[in-house]
Design a binder for this molecule. Structure first.
Ligand code: SR1
Ligand code: MG
Length: 414
């Protein structure tokens, strides 16, 4: 079978023929096919049996190009292979947070999976100001487990190297190298600026030699530090939530990279959400902004604690340690602290690049785009850009995430 584009019109006929999907529907006569137009990269549909709405599936098709940019940005099927590889890995370490896959087709670049009908995109929930009591707990678990178990601290050396070579995902990494670390920082046709954003704030990033050099450092780390198998695009539209449960979706950018890239992506998007709420003066908005900062704080500390405890549990049960026998009594602890401090500073550096790309680059976020008033949007964008620049340049000096939250509060009050 050749690749063809699935549409609202032809999808039912395709699904009917698949035994894995036949198991999910008692009949194909009354299916409702709803296209989801959220993502930048893929076509997505929710298919529901109108006679029994408990019967539904989510269908995702990765076209051979970047969906939002069109066919002049070609891509191969590599990303579907990367996504399947990542989903298999994530299910093996964190099964309760990954949707079940019912069927996959390399030819059509299709994944058919569990429809999380009682969950919503995290970004949408944050825009609505919804409190999610499990968010930091669940996401810190996902990060600690996926990052630890694919690292050299858990895997034998040969297995780790095999994982790295199996997970190169070159085309998708190239998109990140270009659209996150390069284009937003130069004068590029792909950039898209809010007309109300001042030239001086844009220049303070694109024409500042120091900022450019620090971004280049983050790009180099992204390209050269295969510390763990990452999700690769862990923003708030890659997470689905309700008050009881959290799912991580869409790991098509997965590759072996620096741990701080996944943590930084989440934190960046939580700070963007913070700026989208913190400018409002109502008590409700003030409380919600504080909840967002507390969530960022909890996310980092819970991640750090869980990662450290997985590390020591693993070494105790494996009866061997990454660094060999400790002749001093405290060298393990010192190394672990140094390692996590470096993950922390990388997290801040990546978060900064990710915040800036969402403002100067082509891929925007609804947290800001919901504001039609360009001047208001420019105010929030300016705050986020100022915070991101300071955080990037000083990423190695912050002692803790509380100090970074303080920076966000200071910047949002200007
Ligand atoms: C053209 S860039 C599209 C972006 O959407 C995805 O979610 C990734 O973040 C990518 O950089
Ligand atoms: Mg995505």
């Amino acid at each position: 079978m050749e690749y063809y584009q699935l549409t609202q019109t032809n999808l039912t006929d395709y699904l009917k023929l698949l035994p894995e999907v036949q198991l999910r529907f008692s009949s194909f006569d009354s299916l409702k096919v709803q296209e989801i137009n959220d993502g930048n990269m893929n076509y997505a549909f929710v298919v529901t049996n109108k006679l029994d709405t408990n019967q539904s599936v989510f269908v995702k098709q990765a076209p051979p190009y970047i969906k939002v940019l069109g066919e002049q940005w070609p891509l191969t099927r590599q990303r579907m292979t990367a996504e399947i590889n990542a989903l298999n890995y994530q299910v093996s370490v964190c099964p309760e947070m990954v949707p079940e896959v019912y069927y996959q087709s390399e030819t059509l670049s299709v994944l058919i999976m569990e429809n999380l009908s009682t969950h919503a995109l995290l970004r949408t929930e944050l825009i609505q100001g919804r409190y999610l009591p499990r968010l930091a707990e669940d996401l810190s678990t996902f990060l600690a487990e996926t990052l630890f178990y694919s690292s050299d601290f858990a895997l034998p050396s040969a297995d780790k190297k095999a994982m790295v070579s199996k997970s190169s995902n070159q085309e998708m990494c190239q998109i990140t190298e270009d659209f996150v670390f390069t284009y937003p920082f130069e004068h590029h046709d792909m950039n898209d600026y809010n007309p109300a954003l001042s030239q001086s704030i844009i220049d303070s990033i694109q024409k500042d030699a120091n900022v450019r050099a620090h971004v280049a450092q983050m790009k180099f780390i992204f390209m050269n530090r295969p510390e763990a198998l990452l999700h690769g695009d862990l923003h708030t539209s890659s997470v689905m939530v309700n008050v009881q449960q959290t799912f991580v979706i869409d790991p098509e950018f997965s590759f072996a990279g620096p741990m701080g890239f996944d943590i930084g992506a989440l934190i960046a998007n939580l700070y963007l959400s913070y700026f989208s709420h913190a400018h409002k003066s109502s008590a409700e908005s003030v409380n919600y902004s504080q909840w967002l900062l507390q969530t960022i704080d909890d996310l980092w500390y819970k991640f750090e604690a869980k990662f450290l405890s997985l590390w020591s549990e693993h070494e105790q049960s494996a009866l061997s340690t990454f660094m060999g026998k400790d002749l001093t009594g405290d060298s393990h602890q010192i190394f672990r602290q140094i390692f996590l401090q470096q993950v922390f500073s990388n997290t801040l550096g990546f978060a900064a690049c990710k915040m800036i790309r969402r403002i100067l680059g082509v891929a925007k976020v609804a947290d800001f785009m919901q504001f039609e008033d360009q001047k208001l949007r420019a105010k929030l964008e300016t705050q986020a850009l100022k915070m991101a620049t300071t955080m990037l340049l000083n990423r190695q000096s912050y002692a803790n995430i509380g100090d970074v939250n303080k920076l966000a509060e200071d910047v949002s009050s200007i």
